[in-house]
Design a protein around this ligand. Structure first.
Ligand code: SF4
Length: 366
């Protein structure tokens, strides 16, 4: 019989199992903590320190697997970015990315929340695969564990996480809101609440739900254009969710958390990178205390609409950043990560699927 994965268990469920097996339910949190710390069998880890009865560890190993996913491919870029391809129990694949942080001993992770994506953003490789299914909370958690192990292997500590990989996180709220506390809470994953950012394409009801959840995480909005018409051409959800409504929802989130919302803006040559568009973005954000992340585009080939987007060149990107700063905004210019390793979300997955099945039409950039 197929064993369940430990990653799917919350402390309450595990405590119930322990109690049924005649052990102290109070061990549940410590067992999961040991598992989240090592990403490996809690039995082996715990046995080494004699913290749990041997019979309990044997029963745990008999009843549960440590993972429902497995690492099947890994790519490392010259800039230190590492992309992991994980195969899920049903054979589907997802990507997670580890990026070097400013400090040489730290790293940042990027997680997926869905297999594929239904949003259809025109410059995104993931969009090309369409939507397959939501990830479970356990599958999200396993990406965190895989990145934590990878970071350690590289002599780094996984310090921050952003939900900005494959999929729209706010369309998989149940799993997202279940996984985040397990990752963040000091008694479990221990990453810390403020180290986690949820990045959305701008799903207004989802932003409201995240606000109502009370989870003390950060919010990032992928805006990518200062007007609804340009935005809707790039991001189809822009037809349903207008910029004014998205920013109003972001205002409410920011008011409850007291920390600036981040506006993600991917610069595309000749599409959204003019000085007039920078000034329009400045007017939109005036008085809002939000920060702007200017992202450099990783090419994903011909888009869904047949476009061949190009990254803005350095001079244009710098002029755009200066224009925003002139409008009084806090601006961070992010360089492109790992361009030689298919670093845009979905590219490795697409390539892997193409290699296995030449006729497959699979995904790209998140
Ligand atoms: S950019 Fe994000 S939301 Fe848009 S299609 Fe890609 S994965 Fe989905």
């Amino acid at each position: 019989m197929k064993r369940a994965a430990l990653s799917d268990l919350d402390p309450t469920t595990l405590a119930r199992h322990l109690s049924d097996w005649g052990h102290k339910p109070g061990h549940a949190n410590r067992i999961l903590r040991a598992y989240y710390e090592t990403g490996d069998s809690p039995g082996r880890e715990a046995a080494a320190s004699h913290r749990f009865p041997k019979e309990l560890l044997a029963r745990l190993e008999a009843e549960f697997t440590t993972r429902s996913s497995e690492l099947i491919a890994r790519q490392e870029s010259s800039d230190g970015t590492v992309k992991l391809l994980l195969r899920l129990a049903d054979g589907r694949t997802i990507e997670s990315v580890l990026m070097p942080a400013f400090r040489p001993d730290r790293a940042a992770g990027c997680l997926s929340t869905q297999v594929g994506c239904a949003m259809g953003c025109d410059f995104c490789a993931t969009a090309k695969s369409g939507f397959e299914r939501n990830l479970t909370a356990g599958e999200i958690l396993e990406q965190f564990l895989a990145l934590r192990i990878e970071a350690r292997r590289l002599g780094r500590r996984l310090q921050t996480l952003v939900f900005m990989g494959m999929g729209e996180p706010l369309l998989n709220l149940d799993s997202l809101l279940t996984a985040i506390p397990r990752i963040a809470d000091n008694t479990l994953g221990g990453l810390g609440w403020r180290q986690i950012t949820v990045s959305t394409v701008g799903i207004v009801p989802g932003i409201e739900a995240l606000t109502a959840s009370g989870l003390n995480v950060n919010l990032a909005i992928s805006l990518h254009a200062p007007d609804d018409e340009t935005r809707a051409g790039l991001l189809p959800p822009g037809k349903r969710h207008r910029i004014d409504d998205i920013l109003a929802a972001a205002d409410r989130f920011q008011a409850t958390r007291g920390r600036p919302v981040t506006i993600q803006y991917c610069l595309l040559s000749g599409v959204n990178d003019s000085i007039e568009q920078a000034q329009a973005l400045g007017r939109l954000l005036e008085g809002r205390r939000m920060h702007v992340n200017l992202l450099r585009y990783n090419s994903t080939g011909t888009s869904l609409r047949g476009m061949n987007y190009q990254a803005s060149d350095d001079t244009v990107a710098e002029a755009f950043a200066q224009a925003l700063k002139g409008e009084g905004l806090v601006v961070h210019s992010r360089r492109s990560r790992g361009p030689e390793i298919d670093a845009a979300c979905g590219q490795l997955r697409r390539r892997e699927a193409t290699d296995r099945k030449p006729s497959a039409s699979v995904p790209g950039q998140g």
